[in-house]
Design a protein around this ligand. Structure first.
Ligand SMILES: C[S@@+](CC[C@H](N)C(=O)[O-])C[C@H]1O[C@@H](n2cnc3c(N)ncnc32)[C@H](O)[C@@H]1O
Length: 337
């Protein structure tokens, strides 16, 4: 059994190593594209998705249930492909066809039409399951890989886990904004309107804007200035200080949500988050990025998570599509003993 995994290209080796930590006999077979690997899975796909280990770097994956080498026309293989991939029941929700590599649009259209003729409903924005295709163009062969699977098992509803947002929004403040938007989607973070949020390392204000848009009352802390478009927002208070100074000056404040995107080494950031735990209301949540210095990978992240568990429940850790040399961690306050 084979799967195709996708990770940030710079982290693809970490993605393979976390798969091999789960099962040492897993091995990468072929690089299909930067960050996209065909992987041999001796233990089988069903077992992998049942276990679904807490992968950090495997951003997206799909099972290869059928492949065809050097096929010439899609008439030759579309019926065969649909016979071989594991299509769900008609009432198991809406489908999308997601294709990558040297994409052949005609094949995609034919597959979409054939699925619709079978009675399946298409919804490319919010699919429940996906027919994933990878068109690989090698020097001597071209291969089409295909598999059908639920978006949950793919780890993302997006093609290759590439969640793209539009910058056309007038209020767009920083690229960092997308990191929190993606974290909210992937971790399914609930942000109740009128909750209080503390944004550590807030400047220029992308994360604060996401929280304000969700209806939060936001305290934004950063020695750097916020974007002028945020000034005067009735639900925003800006504190021009470091996080450490803010904590000293406000020992009794409580927040429902603490977010931290501070630019600093991951262990300094973890120390500040351990201190921040006393400002979190019972049942409160936190989101932070851990910045990876050169050479830092799963080992150091694991050390950081062990430290965070002193004060938090670590719910999920992922390298999201919008993370560069960093990962995003979703935390909860620990229940009182
Ligand atoms: C990546 S930027 C944050 C971007 C922000 N999340 C956004 O969406 O616009 C990192 C910020 O961390 C801030 N920072 C670094 N050390 C800090 C500290 N000790 N306390 C507070 N902020 C800090 C920097 O001033 C910088 O503005």
């Amino acid at each position: 059994m084979y799967i195709i995994i996708t990770a940030r290209p710079e982290s693809a080796a970490f993605a393979v190593s976390e798969l091999q930590k789960y099962d040492a006999s897993i091995r990468p077979v072929k690089d299909l594209q930067a960050g996209v690997k065909l992987v041999y899975l001796p233990g089988g796909y069903e077992k992998l998705i049942a276990d679904m280990p807490p992968f950090i770097f495997v951003r997206h994956m799909f099972p290869v249930q059928w492949y065809s080498v050097n096929a010439v026309t899609s008439e030759q293989f579309v019926p065969k492909l649909l016979e071989e991939v594991k299509l769900p029941e008609i009432n198991d929700g809406n489908f999308s066809v997601q294709a990558r590599g040297a994409v052949c649009v005609t094949t995609i259209n034919e597959l979409e039409n054939a699925l619709k003729q079978k009675g399946f409903k298409q919804n490319d924005k919010h699919p429940d399951w996906v027919l994933s295709l990878f068109f690989y163009e090698g020097k001597t062969e071209h291969t089409l890989y295909a598999g059908a699977s639920s978006v949950k098992d793919n780890r993302s509803a997006w093609n290759g886990g590439a969640r793209r947002y539009s910058k056309s929004d007038e209020g767009f403040i920083s690229r960092a904004e997308f990191k929190l938007m993606e974290a909210v989607e992937i971790f399914q973070i609930k942000i109740p309107a009128d909750s209080s949020a503390l944004d550590l390392g807030a400047a220029p204000g992308g994360w604060s804007k996401v929280l304000l848009d969700a209806g939060c009352r936001v305290t934004a802390v950063d020695p750097g200035a916020l974007d002028a478009r945020l000034s005067g927002h009735p639900n925003l208070s800006y504190v021009c200080a470091t996080a450490q100074r803010f904590f000293e000056a406000n020992p009794h404040k409580k927040f429902d949500l603490i977010v931290n995107d501070m630019k600093m080494g991951m262990f300094d950031s973890v120390r500040i988050m351990l201190d921040a735990a006393r400002f979190l209301s019972p049942g409160g949540a936190a989101v932070m990025t851990l910045k990876l210095a050169k050479g830092q990978g799963p080992g150091k992240i694991n050390e950081a998570l062990v430290l965070l568990r002193q004060k938090y429940r670590v719910t999920d850790t992922r390298q999201l599509f919008h993370n560069r040399d960093e990962v995003t961690v979703y935390l909860f306050s620990q229940p009182a003993l």
